[in-house]
Design a protein around this ligand. Structure first.
Ligand code: ADP
Ligand code: MG
Length: 408
């Protein structure tokens, strides 16, 4: 079935055509009819399968049926500022011929322009929890007409850090509303929480056995902590054209790894939550637009970010939470594209690898590096031996708190 045959507003169909969306993806095919009917939906589908449009298309259509423009009727909650910008853009693209107004609301930037935009009238608000709760407490949000609440990356949103605030907010929303949860991963505890927020049973639309997207060819290699930079250098030099996203465990490590790459003549962008918000957005734009082909980042970019032409994801460090593995490698192989991912696993990280394999229910392929090529990779680096660097990294690892609360 093509979008042209759907019973949705012609203005939406027009923009779908302009976006080049002809046929729904699987999750869109399954979720759109239920959402159009007004049902509550919990949708689990792999990364890069088009979940955003799966909710944006039917929700926009429902808002248009009642011609009540520029009243806040749809609230989308997302875990990061960059995701707020991205999801708002998708809504804007889909509704550009409709008169519906979309606002992305997030922290790290001045709130006055946001308050101004809200006063002028907004139909769809895409927000991170921090700024949303701030403005709500200051009385700048009129929530009385909300018809649809959407939690994108739902499991993460319901994670304990946000739960109390979300519950408080939900109490302020009209009880007759539609609630939608979308994510690539979900666990039993989160499912329970989700059931508490909706009244009628929600429907699980699509649940893959293997949560890792089938478009991603992923493997791991055994590389010791102190040697990882040499292997990253090798990988980047072997693929001078590839667009590569590198995930590390902490902000400090992101800066350090970038500095190590710089020393061997490889330019890298760095993005993490310690950077100014305007910088964060600028960095992501230059990576998206290809001004730079290498971005070193933390889990702040693991969820939801859609950069369609990332060729390679490198887990320089394994993530502490196994579901982050699924999200990180899901930054490549999006839509119909294929992608590759590799994880560098040191001896200390073996338990993390075990946890990831238990979580995904699969044995991750090992890419064997024989002793001789391991030795050569370390020997052939263009990096000058620098023991300070190693010491700094160790210090960084020792002083940086392991887990921190996310605030957006
Ligand atoms: P998810 O949230 O499932 O990870 P996204 O919603 O970010 O995935 O979409 C992934 C990519 O697929 C985006 O680049 C989007 O433009 C593209 N896409 C979504 N739906 C369609 C469609 N029906 N036809 C073609 N491309 C699509
Ligand atoms: Mg998404």
């Amino acid at each position: 079935m093509k979008f042209a045959q759907y019973h949705i507003d012609p203005a939406i169909k027009e923009s779908l055509e302009e976006l080049g969306f002809r046929k729904p993806t699987d999750i869109q095919y399954k979720a759109i009819p239920s959402i159009l009917k007004g049902e509550d939906v919990l949708a689990i589908a792999q990364t890069g399968t088009g979940k955003t449009a799966a909710f944006a298309i039917p929700v926009a259509d429902r808002l248009l049926r009642k011609r009540q423009l520029n009243v806040l009727r749809c609230l989308v909650m997302v875990p990061t500022r960059e995701l707020a910008v991205q999801i708002a853009t998708v809504f804007r693209d889909i509704t550009r011929h409709t008169g519906l107004k979309v606002l992305g609301l997030f922290g790290g930037v001045g709130q006055d322009p946001q308050i101004g935009a809200l006063k002028n009238g907004v139909d769809i608000l895409v927000a991170t929890p921090g700024r949303l709760f701030d403005l709500s407490h200051q009385g700048h949000l009129a929530l009385a007409h909300i018809e649809v609440l959407i939690l994108d990356e739902a499991d993460h949103m319901l994670d304990l850090g946000f739960l109390t605030d979300i519950n408080d907010l939900v109490r302020k929303l009209p009880t007759r509303r539609q609630t939608l949860f979308f994510s690539a991963t979900i666990n039993e505890r989160i499912k329970e929480l989700a059931y508490r927020i909706v009244k009628k049973p929600i429907r699980i639309q699509l649940s893959p056995k293997d949560p890792v997207s089938k478009n991603v060819d992923h493997a791991f290699a055994r590389i010791e902590m102190d040697d990882k930079r040499f292997f990253l250098e090798k990988l980047l030099k072997e693929r001078p054209e590839a667009k590569v996203l590198v995930f590390v465990r902490t902000k400090l490590r992101a800066d350090r790894v970038a500095a190590a790459m710089q020393r061997v003549g490889i330019d890298a962008l760095v993005m993490h939550s310690g950077k100014e918000q305007t910088d964060r957005l600028k960095v992501l734009t230059s990576f998206r637009e290809g001004q730079s082909r290498l971005l070193i980042t933390t889990d702040v970019n693991a969820r939801g970010i859609d950069i369609p032409d990332v060729d390679y994801v490198v887990n320089y460090d394994l993530p502490d939470h196994p579901e982050s593995y699924v999200h990180r490698v899901g930054r490549t192989g999006r839509g119909v594209k294929r992608g590759e991912a590799i994880s560098f696993v040191s001896k200390e990280e073996q338990p993390l690898l075990d946890a990831i394999e238990a979580y995904t229910g699969t044995d991750i392929k090992e890419r064997n590096i024989d002793t001789e090529s391991y030795r050569l990779t370390v020997a052939e680096t263009e990096d000058t031996p620098n023991d300070n660097w190693r010491k700094l990294l160790e210090e960084a690892a020792a002083t940086e708190p392991k887990k921190r609360k996310k605030k957006s």
